[in-house]
Structure formats: structure tokens, C-alpha cells
Design a protein around this ligand. Structure first.
Ligand code: NAD
Ligand code: MG
Length: 393
């Protein structure tokens, strides 16, 4: 019998992480998988419950003040408890065959890069690590023989559409977008929306931060940069198409005019399961689409005036270098300030635009691939710029 497949999940307690745990359990759990590390932040009870259920070797919370609580929650089981950034890196350096990178934000970058040194598969939900340091992550994967598989539903779709195609046969990528909760809202009305309104995504159930990023379309902007890097596409080969039903997860246009689309229900267990079972397919517990019930699929052009994030993403792709690190850090700072009700909904794009004006020229001139300390330094300086921007308004 072959040895059990060793798996780790970074960000196990989040929306993508919990869906990954669900699939592992449905596919045999600890009987079939050798679960190495599970990580979380504040939700200690869930992290401990997952660790017991999957008999994990180690559970790590990123919050050092919660180590005692995690130890107590794990009392009586074999899972070791650890806490803090160094413990996350230690967990990421443990040998594995399959790792889910599903921490939210730039916090996922360092553990993701460390996990990329393990060989095997790196299933990437944390799009921020590609946006901040895409060439660094890709270089590490190449040099360690690690297979980077996209988990973002759009990129999983594009990856599936391109299976069997020669890269030279790709004309454009058609990245679909639901348009979020404010798809038909005027810019004047957007000025006064609250965090609670912005969190309510029409089709997908996701973490709070990505839900608000969907409302501003910063999520789609990150995904444009992600597609540009993952599929080696020129900026003008990345199209965005509003498709409110989120049934077509994305498409590719090939050079002969053919269009290949990937369709499915809005359930992240689809793309997560694809990455888990790759290169094979296994039955997944997702709803089956019934075409007779799909009364209509509709499409609209993107609107970079109401959603400046899309325009800013094109600037970042054109500028290259570490512009993505500035873009992401400014976006994260803006999101924190919006959640704290220090700035309005539309101010978020203004902050990102100002940060790109201030730090973008320096960022775009950094040689590829950058070192991690460079990325973290630029990330920190962008956050400082963002805080000053918020406080001096
Ligand atoms: P989430 O907020 O639900 O979960 C985030 C996870 O990260 C949790 O386990 C949390 O404990 C952990 N975490 C938070 N802050 C941390 C820190 N500072 N250090 C270490 N760990 C920390 O987020 P999510 O919706 O599951 O999204 C996770 C990632 O997947 C994001 O990069 C997101 O863009 C991407 N993604 C999510 C979806 C989705 O459907 N939710 C779809 C596509 C891509
Ligand atoms: Mg997505």
C-alpha cells in the first residue's frame, strides 16, 4: 500500500479552509490522509475541533496570546499546539504532498513561500501572494518542483479550459465577475454604503474581507493580476465580463475563435476538490446544474468608472515589478479603514490610487524575482502611507 498523502491547510478555519476540511473528511479523513498542519487565527474552538477530527500533527494559531487557549482546547489529543509567525513558518517547512494556502491577505505570503519549497502541490487560494510576489513564488515553485494549482474559482476554470491547449493558442482570458452587490448602484449611492451592506455578496458565501473586495471589485482587480501571472498573459489579454449569475466561472478565447467555458454551481468545493484530486476527478458533493432551470445567463461590459479598481489593476499589470505589493497593501489598509468606518466606500480606491502614485515608480523598478524582505518592506511602507492618508483626511 502506498503511504498516506500528507496534507496541510493554512487558514483552515476560514471559508476556503473549512470547505477543504469538509472535502478531506468526505474523502476518508484521517483514514486516508496524513494531516500534518492546520492553522487559524482567533477561532481556537474550530481549529481544535478540526485538528481532532483529522488527527493533525500540529495546530498553529497566528496569535501568540492564544497559545494557552489552544493547548487547553487540544487537551487529551495527540495534536501539538503552537502559536505565532515563527510557528506558522515551522509548520510550513514540514514535508507534505499537498498544501492549501488559504490565509487571507498578505499574511499568507511568508507561509505560502515556505510551503512552496516542499515540492508536491501548492493549492493557492491566497491570491494576494501572487499579486504581491508572483515571480518570487513561481521561481520557488519551479526550483523545488512544486505544482502551483489555482483554487480561485475563475482561475481554476481558466486552468481547466486550457487543459490540452498549447499556450500559444490562447487569444484572451475572459474573467467573469458577478458585479457584486453594487453592480447596478450609482456612484453617488456608493459613496454612503456601509460595511454591512458591502459584505452581502449576491452569489458566494465567503470571508468578510473578500466579500467587501467583491463589492469594490478589488477582488476582480486582484484576479486580473493573478490571471496575468498564472497564465503568462499580456495585460490586454485579460478581459473582464460581468456575468451576474456566476454560473460561467470563466472562459478562454483560443486563436481559432473557439471559446471554452467552465460552468458549475457557486460552491468553492468545486475548485478546491479539483485541486485536491488533480490530475484526476472524483465525485464532489456539489449541486448539479440543471440547464432547464437556468432561465437565463446574462452579460454586461465592465465599468471602470464606477469600479476604478479595474483600471488600477491594468496600471499595475503594465508597471510590473513590485507594483502589485503596493496595490495589495494599500487595498488592505483601505479595507481596514473602511471596516473601522474611518473612510467611505469610494475612498478605498482613492487611497490605492494615491499609494500607487507615491510608491509605484520605486516598486515597478525592482528587479525580478524580488527577495521576500523587499516585498515585506514595501508592504510595510505602503501600509504606513495608507495610515497617514487616512489620518490626514
Ligand atoms: P476567511 O477570512 O474566511 O479565512 C481566513 C483564514 O486566514 C482563517 O483561517 C484565519 O484564521 C486566517 N488568518 C486571518 N488572519 C491571519 C493572519 N494574520 N495570520 C495567519 N492567519 C490568518 O477568508 P477566505 O474567504 O477563506 O479567503 C482565504 C483566501 O482565499 C483569501 O486569499 C481569498 O482571497 C481567497 N479566496 C477565497 C474564496 C472564498 O470563496 N472564500 C474564493 C476565492 C479565493
Ligand atoms: Mg474568485
Amino acid at each position: 500500500m502506498s503511504a498516506a498523502r500528507r496534507v496541510s491547510i493554512f487558514g483552515a478555519t476560514g471559508s476556503v479552509g473549512a470547505n477543504t476540511v469538509d472535502l478531506l473528511q468526505r474523502q476518508g479523513g484521517a483514514e486516508v490522509y496524513d494531516v500534518v498542519a492546520l492553522t487559524g487565527a482567533g477561532n481556537i474552538a474550530l481549529l481544535a475541533e478540526q485538528s481532532r477530527a483529522l488527527d493533525a500533527d500540529i495546530a498553529v494559531t497566528s496569535d501568540p496570546t492564544l497559545l494557552t487557549a489552544l493547548r487547553e482546547a487540544l487537551a487529551g489529543c495527540r495534536t501539538q499546539a503552537a502559536a505565532g509567525p515563527d510557528a506558522l513558518l515551522e509548520a510550513a517547512s514540514r514535508p507534505t504532498d499537498w498544501v492549501m494556502s488559504a490565509i487571507v491577505g498578505a499574511a499568507g505570503l511568508a507561509p505560502g513561500l515556505k510551503a512552496a519549497e516542499q515540492g508536491g502541490v501548492l493549492a493557492l487560494a491566497n491570491k494576494e501572494s501572487l499579486v504581491c510576489a508572483g515571480t518570487l513564488l513561481q521561481t520557488i515553485c519551479t526550483s523545488h518542483g512544486t505544482r502551483l494549482l489555482p483554487v480561485d474559482s475563475e482561475h481554476s476554470a481558466i486552468f481547466q479550459c486550457l487543459a490540452g491547449a498549447d499556450r500559444a493558442e490562447l487569444e484572451t482570458i475572459v474573467l467573469t465577475a458577478s458585479g457584486g452587490p453594487f453592480r447596478t448602484t450609482s456612484r453617488d449611492e456608493m459613496a454612503t454604503v456601509t460595511p454591512a451592506q458591502a459584505k452581502a455578496h449576491p452569489n458566494w458565501t465567503m470571508g468578510e474581507r473578500i466579500s467587501i473586495d467583491s463589492a469594490t471589485m478589488f477582488n476582480k482587480a486582484l484576479e486580473m493580476i493573478e490571471a496575468h501571472l498564472l497564465f503568462d498573459a499580456e495585460p490586454d489579454q485579460v478581459e473582464v465580463l460581468i456575468h451576474p449569475q456566476s454560473i460561467i466561472h470563466s472562459m478562454v478565447r483560443l486563436t481559432d475563435g473557439a471559446i471554452i467555458a467552465q460552468l458549475g454551481p457557486a460552491d468553492m468545493r468545486g475548485p478546491i476538490g479539483y485541486a485536491l484530486n488533480y490530475p484526476r476527478r472524483s465525485p464532489l458533493p456539489v449541486e448539479r446544474l440543471n440547464f432547464a432551470d437556468l432561465t437565463k445567463l446574462t452579460f454586461e461590459a465592465e465599468d471602470p468608472v464606477r469600479f476604478p479598481a479595474l483600471r488600477l489593476a491594468r496600471e499595475v499589470m503594465a508597471a510590473g515589478g513590485l507594483s502589485g505589493a503596493v496595490f495589495n497593501a494599500a487595498k488592505e489598509t483601505a479595507l481596514d479603514a473602511f471596516l473601522a468606518e474611518q473612510i467611505g466606500f469610494l475612498d478605498m480606491a482613492d487611497l490605492v490610487s494615491a499609494a500607487l502614485d507615491a510608491l509605484g515608480p520605486e516598486a515597478s523598478s525592482v528587479a525580478d524575482p524580488p527577495d521576500l524582505p523587499w516585498v515585506l518592506d514595501l508592504d510595510a511602507r505602503t501600509r504606513a502611507f495608507g495610515s497617514t492618508w487616512v489620518n490626514t483626511r
